[in-house]
Design a protein around this ligand. Structure first.
Ligand code: NDP
Length: 251
């Protein structure tokens, strides 16, 4: 497919639903070949079929990115298949709730594993490949990475604050090697993120939050991702906050 990203190869984690899925479609529509990564291979196959029906090129790579070996293997396989890698989008993520005093520590650890460590694994694997010709790493954070809201969302906020620190450290590390690093911080976006929350009340609260009137659609965030990676190499969108227009909070 011809477009501003023609000739580029991308890998998107979390591509089986929500923001990652929309990002994969938008990158393909802009001309990139896209490796789609998540655990649900059936969904990835449907997505790849959609991309290829539209004239794009897609590679399905099922992986659990909380496993360093899986995450690294997915990046290396994508680069091997496409003959290189130009764009990495880390969109795999989730939330569970838990207080400091009595929250389930396995939940705390898992949220950090997925929202922070997985991006570290894929980025480490991608850096040498991106150095070859310059490229982009885009991390999907959240407005919760700017301000921790409420007592129960500690694991999520901690993971996203950590991701911001990783993003900025990485940017300092690789910018002069021609790799642009960008963190995108969306507000409420209508996805499946609520479905995996174990606490029923919080699951319902989160569903209402992300599906409220005026919430963004995953395609809105995907458009921002394509914008950031399509700018001339001299421009680095290092941090981008995207909110629904109905969100008037200051931070
Ligand atoms: P979804 O639940 O729709 O998508 C999450 C994606 O992550 C799925 O594709 C899922 O695929 C994948 N994933 C989960 N666990 C793993 C794993 N272990 N290995 C590989 N992939 C995994 O949620 P969103 O699209 O909303 O979330 C995407 C990102 O956007 C997250 O980082 C989230 O924090 C962030 N975000 C979302 C907001 C919102 O309001 N929706 C607001 C701000 C930020 P599978 O289950 O097949 O593995």
């Amino acid at each position: 497919m011809d477009g501003i990203l023609s000739g580029k190869s991308a890998l998107v984690t979390g591509a089986s639903s929500g923001i990652g899925r929309a990002a994969a479609v938008a990158l393909a529509e802009a001309g990139a070949r896209v490796a789609v990564v998540a655990r649900r291979a059936d969904r990835l196959a449907d997505l790849a079929a959609q991309i290829e029906a539209g004239g794009g090129k897609a590679l399905v790579r099922a992986a659990d990115v909380t496993s360093e070996a899986d995450a690294t293997g997915a990046v290396e396989d994508a680069a091997g298949h496409f003959g290189g890698l130009d764009i990495l989008v880390n969109a795999a993520g989730m939330t569970q709730v838990g207080k400091v005093e009595n929250g389930n520590l396995d939940d705390w650890r898992y949220v950090l594993e997925l929202n922070f460590w997985a991006s570290l694994y894929t980025s480490r694997a991608a850096i040498p490949l991106l150095r070859a010709g310059g490229g982009d790493i885009v991390n999907i954070s959240s407005t919760a990475g700017r301000r921790a809201v409420g007592a129960t969302f500690g694991p999520y906020a901690a993971s996203k604050f950590a991701l911001t620190a990783l993003n900025e450290s990485l940017r300092a590390e690789v910018t002069l090697a021609g790799i642009r690093v960008c963190i995108i911080e969306p507000g409420a976006t209508a996805t499946e993120i609520h479905e995996h929350i174990k606490d029923e009340k919080v699951r319902e609260f989160t569903r209402n939050h992300v599906e409220k009137d005026g919430a963004m659609q995953p395609e809105d965030v995907a458009a921002a991702i394509v914008f950031a990676v399509s700018l001339p190499p001299r421009v680095n969108i290092s941090q981008l906050v995207i909110r629904p227009s109905v969100d008037a909070r200051v931070l």
